[in-house]
Design a binder for this molecule. Structure first.
Ligand code: DAH
Length: 354
């Protein structure tokens, strides 16, 4: 294997002019992307044009030396080409055919056999809608602590609401986030400066979340949420509802009605559960929705204590937030009856979305 693209040549050329051109071209060679281009160098051609001007007794040796230089450059280009073939990178994580004989290099499966995971396609589409609405995206994290999971979100110590999240906790006290709200305090803190410059905080946070719960067609231990945070001056519940309604219309590509009902989250006041009219049956009831309405997410106006904890003055700024399980949104969109399909690695399920 060649580890550097620099090739050194060691032929000597008696004629000083040819020696000079040889040195120049070898230097240029190392910078060229397409190594064989060196053979098209004008300096090389110009040497041939010198032949008729020379004394006849010198012509033969001069001509031989040019050919020698040309051969040398050809060899260098060939060697560089072979070397680049040798160092071509391979993806060691690529799926390979397990039936390949052990004494052979593994046969890789063609990428045409694979496809994107449907959830990632949906996430792209969701983010695209929010980008168009002026939000930016920040990814959530997969390990966190009690401060971001509970304390920064105004969960009183020892409050039973902490238990409702069925969190996985490591022996040394780290938490696998049970909601993407773990990012709220971080998003608020990092947006504080821009808020003071008159620009609202508008961020969505997709992430993987984990809960220790009994599994069934609607509950998975590992699932995905999308958090939204919007803070500015004079932001109201009206802005919250309009934002989510517009998003739902764009995602389901049809007009939907929305319904909110009061709820409790420690980090919002007031807090709501947010439902949309079923995009498939126009509220009469069908196999997707049951009774015409679909509960999709939790939301509310960010609690003043949550703003204060991030150093934002709740007397000056207000904001809203929401958290939505976007697996459920996709299930409704495509009529997927069991949430466990997503992480089951069942090819017949995944292939439907190719
Ligand atoms: N974190 C909540 C949950 O997982 C969802 C949620 C509700 C997020 C209200 C929010 C919010 O940001 O304001 O159940």
């Amino acid at each position: 294997m060649v580890t550097s693209g620099i090739l050194v040549c060691n032929m000597n050329y008696e004629n000083p002019k040819i020696a000079e051109v040889a040195a120049l071209l070898k230097e240029r060679f190392n910078e060229l992307q397409q190594k064989s281009d060196i053979l098209k160098a004008p300096e090389l051609k110009a040497l041939y044009a010198d032949i008729p001007l020379l004394d006849p007794s010198e012509r033969s040796s001069f001509g031989q030396q040019i050919n020698q230089l040309k051969n040398e450059l050809t060899e260098m280009a060939k060697a560089a080409n072979e070397a680049s073939e040798v160092v071509e990178s391979i993806d060691v994580t690529a799926p390979f055919d397990i039936n390949t004989r052990l004494d052979q290099l593994p046969k890789l499966f063609s990428t045409e056999l694979g496809g994107r995971h449907p959830l990632m396609t949906e996430l792209d589409e969701i983010l695209d809608i929010f980008y168009r609405m002026g939000f930016e995206a920040v990814e959530s994290r997969q390990i966190d602590n009690e401060y971001y999971m509970f304390d920064s979100l105004n969960f009183p110590k020892d409050h039973p609401a902490r238990d409702e999240y069925d969190t996985f906790i490591t022996e040394d006290g780290y938490i696998a986030p049970a909601h993407t709200s773990v990012m709220q305090n971080r998003v608020l803190k990092s947006g504080k400066d821009q808020l003071e410059q008159g620009k609202p905080i508008a961020v969505v946070v997709p992430g993987r979340t984990f809960r220790n719960e009994d599994l069934d067609a609607r509950h998975e231990h590992t699932f995905y949420q999308l958090e939204g945070v919007y803070v500015g001056k004079g932001v109201t519940v009206g802005n919250l509802i309009a934002t989510l309604k517009e998003f739902m219309k764009a995602y389901y590509k049809r007009d939907v009605e929305i319904k909110t009902q009061p709820f409790y989250f420690p980090f919002t006041e007031p807090s709501f559960e947010f439902a949309i009219s079923c995009p498939f049956c126009d509220k009469v009831g069908c196999s997707v929705c049951g009774e015409g309405w679909i509960e999709l997410l939790g939301c509310g106006m960010i609690h003043p204590n949550v703003l204060k904890e991030a150093g934002i003055d709740p007397n000056v700024y207000t904001g809203f937030a929401w958290g939505v399980g976007f697996m459920r949104m996709a299930m409704i969109k495509y009529g997927i009856e069991d949430i466990r399909h997503f992480e089951s690695a069942k090819l017949d399920f995944l292939r439907q979305f190719k």
